[in-house]
Design a protein around this ligand. Structure first.
Ligand code: FPP
Length: 236
């Protein structure tokens, strides 16, 4: 018997996984320990996603601007990503998860590129969850690159070239910005900001964000079905 979430059309959820560094600092640990703990959170989110009605999950793992971080941190993140791809591929095949990387590949090291290639090939048939990991990704660059491939440039052709629109965009770590993530695709995304640091973000937090999304009225520019009184303050 499907639950209430599964009866609705599958959601595309994007997550800006912020707060690994601060999580580690608060515990007197190196930043890499925060990123490592963040990988565990990724596994929990991926496991919980299908039962929450999420059909596509796009995770911001490394932005094109993150190359500005110290070389040691960049190297640590790349190693974690390669390790994740290698380790999770068999589990993804078993669980019907299609793994894909989003972003530039030409600046990634050969080991990570190869791990991505193997993961994508092995999991291409996965139909339960489409897991997209954004690495060396910039929303502006992705839009430009997609536009350059199109002879007939229109909203619809760019929509198709970029991928599914985002329904729900979550950012953890207390900051409230988009940081060049899925800009075109998030035109009508519902935004949810959590103060939790990414390593502390549990399956129940993801469920809470989806619940918040389900409670919102998406109008896409039209008038509200049930007009609400004006909010008291201008900021929550
Ligand atoms: C932002 O937190 C987080 C990142 C730049 C890296 C996110 C990477 C992971 C969660 C691990 C690898 C991911 C996968 C999919 C295997 P921050 O370091 O900027 O935190 P801060 O704002 O507290 O310093």
């Amino acid at each position: 018997m499907p639950n209430n979430f599964e009866m609705q059309s599958p959601l595309h959820v994007g997550i800006i996984m912020d707060g690994n560094g601060r999580w580690a600092l608060a515990r007197g640990l190196p930043r890499q320990a925060g990123h490592r703990a963040g990988v565990e959170t990724v596994s929990r989110a991926v496991e919980a996603a299908p039962s929450l009605g999420i059909g596509a999950l796009t995770l911001f793992a490394f932005s094109s601007d993150n190359w500005r971080r110290p070389q040691s941190e960049v190297g640590g993140l790349m190693a974690l990503l390669a390790e994740y791809m290698e380790r999770e591929t068999p589990r993804a095949v078993e669980n019907g998860i299609r793994l894909q990387a989003l972003g530039r590949r030409d600046r990634l090291d050969a080991q990570l590129r190869a791990a991505i290639g193997r993961a994508e090939a092995a999991t291409a048939g996965g139909a339960r969850l489409w897991l997209r990991i954004a690495v060396d990704y910039s929303g502006r660059d992705a839009s430009l690159a997609a536009a350059r491939t199109l002879l007939d440039l229109s909203r619809e052709s760019l929509d198709r070239a970029l991928g599914p629109p985002v329904d729900l965009l979550i950012r953890t770590g207390g900051e409230r910005r988009l940081s060049d993530f899925l800009l075109w695709e998030s035109a009508y995304a519902e935004l949810v900001f959590s103060r939790r640091m990414w390593p502390d973000f549990g399956a129940d937090d993801l469920a809470g964000a989806v619940r918040e999304f389900r409670g919102r009225e998406r109008r896409f520019g039209a008038v509200p079905r049930t007009p609400a009184p004006a909010a008291a303050g201008w900021l929550d």
